[in-house]
Ligand binder design. Structure first.
Ligand code: RM4
Ligand code: MN
Ligand code: MN
Length: 434
């Protein structure tokens, strides 16, 4: 496959330079995990199988309300965003799908969607969950500015506004069908900034009613995910504020309505691995957004702040999937304010693969034995044996088997992708999105 500016042959050449030390490192890693009773080849196979979607809005630089510092060469349209994601996937072998946010990335129904799908197909990229946007006013979602989401979308007391929000979600589903997607993610900004502004109960009931109307539009083989978040942009209360509310909404909507866990959408110190276990236990875990956070919805690089927590979350996901990653809609949801967005996505994917590898290196039957023996010290030993394993050669090998790079960041830099894109797209090209 010919991927513009990331030539698979060049990737192979770069790999060749590293094989002399990769091979002995890999042999050693397989020995080490084997001594712990873990089949290293099965770990590599599961790593090679796993893929996480890249969001269309993350290939441009992010920013805060204080400023944005674009790096140049950003994709100018959705087609170029897919080009960047194909380049990312050529390096990682683990980002085989894109998750679109509409209307930021709206190809239009009919010919537009068909052309985008053909472009993505040609690059080996599929379409993961679709994201709707009723948290901003856009002409295409507000009947050309005739109404506004300032006071909410599905929770709004104004009936035409609620209807427009439902209609927009229906449109996003239709678009997704044309692209080959199988799921809709609904994240709402609805809530309150001021006590007394609205009725907690009324808002929740209206959101539930709206979700049911959207669900009625869902094809039989589709799922819908509701994504909770405690605050921002609503700073007093959010309608879908935590996993309890999210579960109520999913259960009240229908069997194929599930919850989405975003790692940055929890109040400080929340036990996220327990949230994952609970939702999986009742069959309502459907989507997953990776990032990391120090304070709130910081959208920092996966694994950069709380790597041990990420490892524990991976263990719960593996538990839910019977030793393999369960078939959820996985996506990276980060904002790249300082790094080159593609470099951050490479590092995020790498961090996910490392945490998964560490979790796969936990000897699960030893853990169960320690739990049955009421032996927390031994349980900790078993966990640490997995967590402290140097899994780098296993991850690199999984990538190599997918035809991707042993060292994706160094290879990205060696291939000069960003410089080529600055030359092609311009030093002032800025992507759409947040
Ligand atoms: C939200 C949430 C959603 C994402 C938007 C842009 O905080 O994480 O998943 O679509 O941001
Ligand atoms: Mn998210
Ligand atoms: Mn978020």
């Amino acid at each position: 496959m010919d991927i513009e500016h990331i030539d698979t042959e060049r990737v192979a050449e770069e790999n060749q330079l590293r094989l002399a030390w990769h091979e002995p490192d890999l042999a050693h890693a397989l020995d080490v995990v084997g001594r712990g009773g873990v089949d290293g080849r099965a770990v590599i196979a599961e790593l090679a199988r796993f893929s996480v979607a890249a969001p269309s809005w993350a290939v441009g630089t992010g920013g805060t309300r204080f400023g944005r510092f674009p790096i140049g060469g950003e994709p100018r349209d959705t087609f170029e965003k897919i080009d960047d994601i194909a380049a990312l996937n050529a390096l990682t072998g683990a980002n085989r799908t894109v998750s679109l946010h509409v209307p930021w990335d709206d190809p239009g129904l009919g010919a537009g969607a068909a052309a985008l799908r053909a472009h993505a197909d040609g690059l080996g990229i599929g379409f993961d969950a679709m994201n709707s946007n009723t948290f901003q006013d856009n002409p295409s979602t507000t009947r050309d500015g005739a109404l506004s989401y300032k006071f909410g979308s599905l929770a709004n007391v104004d009936i035409p506004t609620r209807e427009a929000a439902i209609e927009h979600n229906g449109y996003v589903i239709d678009l997704g069908v044309a692209l080959g997607s199988k799921a809709l993610t609904v994240w709402l900004a609805d809530g309150m900034n001021h006590p007394g502004q609205a009725s907690f109960r009324g808002q929740f009931e209206r959101v539930l009613e709206g979700l049911r109307a959207i669900y009625a539009h869902l094809p039989d083989d589709w799922e819908m995910y509701v994504e909770h978040k405690p605050y921002e942009p609503a700073f007093y209360s959010s309608v879908n504020n935590d996993w309890g509310s999210s579960l109520l909404l999913a259960q009240g909507t229908g069997d194929r309505a599930k919850c989405l866990v975003d790692l940055g959408h929890h109040l400080p110190n929340t036990n996220i691995e327990q949230v994952v276990a609970r939702l999986a236990m009742v069959g309502r875990l459907g989507g997953f957004h990776f990032n990391d956070s120090k304070y709130g919805d910081d959208d920092l690089t996966v694994g950069s702040i709380t790597p041990f927590q990420l490892f524990l979350i991976m263990l719960e996901l593996l538990e839910a999937g019977g030793g393999a990653m369960p078939p959820l809609a996985y996506m990276i949801d980060e904002s790249h304010n300082l790094k080159d967005p593609l470099e951050d996505l490479i590092q995020a994917t790498d961090a996910i693969q490392h945490a998964l590898a560490q979790a796969l290196c936990v000897n699960r039957s030893d853990l169960v034995d320690a739990q049955r023996a009421n032996d927390p010290a031994q349980a900790a030993e078993v966990l640490h044996r997995g967590y402290r394993t140097d899994v780098r050669p296993l991850v690199a090998e999984a990538r190599r088997r997918n035809g991707a790079a042993l060292d994706p960041l160094a290879t990205y830099r060696a291939l000069g992708y960003r410089a080529a894109k600055v030359a092609e797209r311009g030093a002032d090209a800025v992507a759409t999105g947040l």
